[in-house]
Design a protein around this ligand. Structure first.
Ligand code: ADP
Ligand code: MG
Length: 363
């Protein structure tokens, strides 16, 4: 297959120019009697509560379409019961979608036979669960090697590979312990190492850190960010926690009652919420830490093009406010030597207040 590979820039996963890792269209998962009759019928238009009352069915995933691009962290966020776990299980058909199309690297997942699906789950898409799923009587090392054992790899080889992963996730020295002798955070590192050991194209995380204490949780998030920067491995990360979503996601898909409310970068979700529901969801987010100067800047006047500090377009508004305060004048937003615009105190504060650049200029 002839695909053109665009040069990669490490900070911005390219969208649209490569085959998506996952491509999902019009997907439904309906639980209940005669579930397959719901998609496409008039009942499909009913609210979750009305659908349940009328048919006894739950539409856990409701007409969902999205792509996961190579190398991105794609976060699926939503309150408990919004359909996140069902959706992620549908991606490898651990749960069978009721209708819709599903592709991995352009290959039709719905058409895969049992053997092909097994291969998909063992080699291509590895899952990290909230409740670790570790084998209690095995050592850390053998737990990490488990996925390789299932693949049929010999003992010496899989132990060598597992030992590499021990180091990668910071478990050195604990190889011989049993899971019961580890803290929650350490157990989740074992779960992560086990998923990484099979070197999958994509890692699927279903709320892996929800059961961890806040500080350990923060550590694990850092770990995921570090791993992602090192490897650029594609990740689908499920969470009900907005701050976790904002911290980890290149893009975030917000779900409600099985449907998609909005897909966007953290900056888009916080800066341009699609509706009142999203606006409410992000109300307490410190905007200056998520929004960037790209959104805050105004056109440069001719005498501003050369002077003042230079900021990259990805600089947060919080950092820009500091830079502007230090220099005492506007800062330039510069990308590849080109001045895209400037930010001053007034336009930075107005994006924090919730006005975008144009409204601010008019104000
Ligand atoms: N096996 C099942 N049978 C019936 N309903 C289910 C089943 N699994 C999930 N559901 C329902 O589907 C909805 C979405 O559940 P889930 O995907 O677990 O949400 P989340 O992971 O976002 O908390 C919920 O209303 C849940 O009760
Ligand atoms: Mg869930």
């Amino acid at each position: 297959m002839a695909t053109t590979l665009a040069p990669e820039t490490p900070d911005s996963p390219k969208t649209g120019d490569r085959t998506p890792v996952f491509s999902v269209r019009d997907m439904w998962k309906v639980f209940g009697p005669k579930a397959d009759r719901v998609p496409g019928s008039p009942d499909a238009e009913l609210s979750a509560a009305d659908l349940r009352a009328r048919t006894g069915c739950t539409a856990a995933v409701r007409d969902v379409s999205f792509d996961v691009e190579p190398g991105e962290v794609f976060v699926v966020m939503g309150l408990s019961g919004s359909g996140k776990s069902t959706l992620v299980r549908c991606l490898t058909r651990l749960i069978e979608p009721t209708s819709g199309t599903l592709k991995i690297d352009g290959e039709d997942v719905m058409a895969m036979d049992k053997a092909r699906l097994r291969d998909l789950r063992r080699h291509r898409a590895a899952m990290v669960f909230q409740h670790f799923g570790l084998l209690p009587h095995r050592s850390v090392l053998d737990n990490i090697a488990y996925g390789l054992e299932i693949q049929g790899m010999g003992k010496a080889e899989r132990r060598a590979k597992a030992a590499e992963m021990v180091e990668k996730v910071g478990l050195t020295g604990l190889e011989r312990r049993r899971p019961g002798q580890l803290s929650g955070g350490q157990q989740q590192r074992v779960g992560l190492a086990r998923a990484l050991a099979v070197d999958p194209e994509v890692l699927l995380f279903d709320e892996p850190f929800s059961a961890l204490d806040p500080l350990i949780r923060r550590d694990m998030q850092e770990e995921v960010i570090r791993l992602h920067h090192e490897e650029r491995r594609t990740m689908v990360f499920i969470t009900h926690d907005l701050s976790e979503a904002l911290r980890l996601g290149d893009r975030i898909m917000l779900m409600r009652d099985g449907g998609i409310v909005q897909i966007g970068t953290p900056e888009e979700i916080v800066g341009s919420p699609a509706d009142e529901y999203v606006r409410d969801f992000v109300r307490d987010v410190p905007r200056e830490q998520v929004l960037t100067v790209r959104r805050a800047m105004r056109p440069a006047k001719s005498d501003e093009e050369d002077g003042g500090p230079a900021l990259t377009p990805g600089t947060t508004v919080a950092d820009a406010i500091e830079a502007v305060a230090r220099s005492g004048g506007p800062a330039r937003v510069v990308d590849g030597g080109r001045c895209l615009g400037v930010v001053d105190h007034a336009c930075l504060l107005s994006v924090v207040a919730g006005l975008d650049g144009k409204e601010a200029a008019a104000a």
